[in-house]
Design a protein around this ligand. Sequence first.
Ligand code: ATP
Ligand code: MG
Length: 620
Amino acid sequence: MTVESRDSARMSTSQDGSTTYLSTGALVTRLVRGYVRPYRLTLGGAILCMVVAAASQPLLAWLMEPVVRDVFINRDQTMLVLVPLAIMGIMVIGGAANFGQSVLMNWVGLRIVADLQRRAFSHLIHLDLAFFKRNPTGNLIAHLTSDAYLIRQAASSTLTSLVKDLLTVSLLVALMFYENWRLALVVFLVFPMAAWPISSLGKRMRKVITITQGEVGSFTTLLTETFQGVRHVKAYGMEIHESTRAERMIERLFALYMKATRTRAMTTPMMEGLGGIAIAIVIWYGGSQVIAGESEPGAFFALFTALLLAYRPIRSIANLNTALQEGLAAAQRVFAVLDQRSDIVEKKNARSLSVNGGGIKFNAVKFSYIDETPALGGITMEVSAGQTVALVGPSGAGKSTILNLIPRFYDVDSGSVEVDGQDVRSLTLSSLRSAIALVSQDVALFDDTVRANISYGRPDADINDIIAAANSAAAHDFITSLPDGYDTLVGERGAKLSGGERQRIAIARALLKNAPILLLDEATAALDAESEREVQTALTMLKRDRTTLVIAHRLATVRDADRIYVFDKGRVVEQGSHAELLSVEGLYSRLYALQFVDQVAPTNAEISDEIDEAISLARV
Ligand SMILES: Nc1ncnc2c1ncn2[C@@H]1O[C@H](COP(=O)(O)OP(=O)(O)OP(=O)(O)O)[C@@H](O)[C@H]1O
Ligand SMILES: [Mg+2]
């Protein structure tokens, strides 16, 4: 992969993922095709209910005519009974239809949310590491939660408004024209005037909501980060600092929500004002027609009732735009994530790795996470099948980066990485990764049982194999002393275990995988001398028939590696066996001497190196 192509991939995701801009039409088409169409039957049922509910409204208005004419003016006894019964019947049927459309519509809306969440999650989980490094967790959470619900809201209210409200209004308008077309015409000259301000409010709404959602994402990130790192917050006495940071964001969110509320609320007085004008005109003009004897009072009251009944659906049609804009902005963000493509993709003709001992070769590998700052500046390195090779060197030298390139978490900028003579880019990711067991620097346990954590990656593993792996990792004893043994829940990210216990579970997990290639990144750094010795013994046995790459700061643990590569600033500066490296006065012998300070008096420069070293150890 070239530097430019990685850069352009990065360009297409700004932090809120909104750079791939889709037009409104494209968004709607995509939503309807992908998420609404599968539920067209249920939707059909909802629409049927909406038609019934919509039809009940003009019927009610129309009944005002016999109420006035037959009951009040003609004093007809039969109609006095019939009309109220009819009104009751219509309202019951209309109510039932409303219930039906509401349940069915919400079902469709919630299905849309569920489908979006499912698709977004399974898409996200397949994206490469680089994507997760550039996108804050909080934003991703916001896309799957609040954005998904905004889309549902928009889809439900748009469909309801477009069908039920629009139909209700059309029928009511038709009735008004039927009752008194001249009066109806006058009323409806007022309404188109509402269109312009309402649409401009909608545009403003969309802008505010986009900014707000971005802030919601940052807020979620801040919360996750602070609560997860609460120990550090307390240790450094940063509670007030964090409160201030959170308060600032909360106030910003408050202001944004208020702005959105004001914008949304502005449609109400606008509609009320217009409604008032319409009502005034109807009473004045309609009243004068009745007084002049040009029209019936019954017709007037039917029209007037229709006008009052039209108010609510017209209002929700007017608000439709804002809900729609919110939903479209959310869809924009979710689709931007769904459109993300991994940089790490399998070739069309990718082959399965054919394992032959698991030999690893780096050919002049150059790599950088960020352009212009190379993490590896031309590494050539060979680990023969079955060998154990150690990578040592100061912090930030690029050791973990080497391990990242073997399972192809990232692609090299130039050169190549081969496993058993096969370029990792020519292989299927699953075959490559199933040949590798990795214990990384930052152990990741899941909030599940010890047993599930060890068998992660091999969920069907036999309990005896799990126990054997735990034994080799010197973990069996502490696990059996946990309250529920192998069924003990480890807490979020393994919080209920000590650092060393977490590490041993991670080692057991890697051992259970029984892969030909074992990558250990500071795998025993958090262990006490005793358990480290136990784990080392187990590892020595395991290393025998597999290729192992070990990273260790404690050089004593890598003394008997077949070969040691000494890294500094992304380059190999020395290589050889422990004895060979000690015999040359280089970085390795200096680092080694520092770890046995009793024997060698350090110089000032060495002391400061040692401090660096101590800091990096503390960081691990
Ligand atoms: N995801 C990342 N994005 C950008 N830069 C990174 C990333 N990961 C590592 N780096 C940079 O790459 C360089 C090499 O990092 P690497 O993790 O390989 O060091 P290391 O030798 O494993 O150090 P340590 O001993 O502290 O674990 C460092 O300068 C680091 O800042
Ligand atoms: Mg590292």
